[in-house]
Design a protein around this ligand. Structure first.
Ligand code: NAP
Length: 299
């Protein structure tokens, strides 16, 4: 089988690429600005080049991880984000139809407004910020191509192996805990998150690509870890593992007001029963948060 991964230089895409290394599948790993280590740079906004590369490689699966996923950056470049998160995704779905591959479009729990968790795959979407709206519109663009085999995989906030802590909204909290300079940090203790390990998602995608009853895969799948944490609670876990004081981190339990209300939905928990019940070997295969970090930080 041939597997093409977009965003293979990103946090999730690089884990997906790593996971497929242990399979006999042939992999094409696309990036945009980052190069080296076998990455093939391709600006997905360049439709002609995309058509050429995909037609030549002729994949069986395309795992589309590339996106602008930073809500604050998205707000500053609405047209660019619309192009990448929505138009490019729709185009990859059109190619899925003509080239007959299965497209996995990675989406987010931020398609929901966080007021009535847990959310089933068919629950009404109501994104609060531009990022969530473009990801929701990307879902619709992908699912509206008749005759294309497309799977929307919604995931929550991600963590895992990453070159820089700033690559992940969870990993970056390590820097906050380790900053013992005397600087004080106000930390969100209002929104509940379900940090999910990219290695778990990647391994699940490998097993999903091998799944024999692929016709049973519904158009929208939810994948999420089950352990709830606020950002402040994540800091406490890191402080415990690193044996560091955390008095410089002050919990902020206030409901956000004004502009920040849209950046912190209260609780977007993804209901994963349908995914568990699919019968993919090994189920979700979830890692426990504190256990993983304890091992990872020992290295
Ligand atoms: N991170 C999270 O917490 C989170 C939560 C929920 C859902 N998601 C979703 O999960 C997916 C993966 O997120 P991530 O955290 O792995 O993202 P990431 O680390 O920010 O990586 C983004 C990737 O997109 C590529 N890219 C950006 N612009 C491109 C363009 N014009 N053409 C081609 N590639 C382009 C980047 O390539 P270069 O770096 O080489 O330029 C990079 O590989 C996204 O769909 C995101 O919406 C993420």
């Amino acid at each position: 089988m041939k597997v093409l991964i977009t965003g293979a230089s990103g946090v999730l895409g690089s884990a997906v690429r790593e996971a497929f290394k242990s399979t006999p599948h042939q992999v094409l790993a696309l990036s945009n600005t980052r190069t080296g280590d076998g990455l093939v740079p391709l600006d997905l906004a360049n439709t002609q080049e995309v058509d050429k590369v995909l037609t030549e490689f002729n994949p069986n699966w395309v795992i589309h991880c590339a996106a602008e996923r930073r809500p604050d950056v998205a707000e500053k470049n609405p047209e660019g984000v619309q192009k990448l998160n929505v138009d490019v995704s729709g185009h990859l779905a059109s190619l899925a139809k003509s080239l007959k591959y299965t497209l996995v479009y990675v989406s987010t729990d931020y398609v929901f407004d966080g007021t009535s968790p847990p959310y089933t795959p068919s629950a009404r979407t109501n994104p609060l910020q531009l990022y969530g709206r473009t990801k929701r519109d990307g879902e619709q663009a992908v699912l509206s191509v008749n005759g294309a085999k497309a799977i929307v995989l919604r995931v929550p906030v991600l963590y895992g192996p990453a070159p820089k802590n700033s690559d992940s909204a969870v990993n970056i909290l390590l820097d906050v805990v380790q900053d013992q300079s005397g600087k004080q940090y106000k930390m969100d203790h209002y929104a509940t998150r379900y940090p999910t390990n990219v290695v778990d998602i990647a391994n699940f995608l490998v097993r999903l690509s091998d799944f024999k009853q692929s016709t049973a895969i519904p158009p929208i799948l939810h994948y999420s870890a089950a352990e709830p944490f606020t950002k402040y609670e994540i800091c406490l876990v890191f402080a415990k593992i690193l044996n560091l004081p955390h008095g410089h981190i002050v919990p902020d339990s206030e409901a956000p007001k004004g502009d920040s209300a849209t950046t912190r939905p209260r609780d977007c928990q993804l209901y994963t029963k349908e995914t568990e019940d699919l019968g993919v070997e090994g189920g979700l295969g979830l890692t426990l948060f504190e256990e993983w970090w304890s091992e990872y930080l020992k290295k």
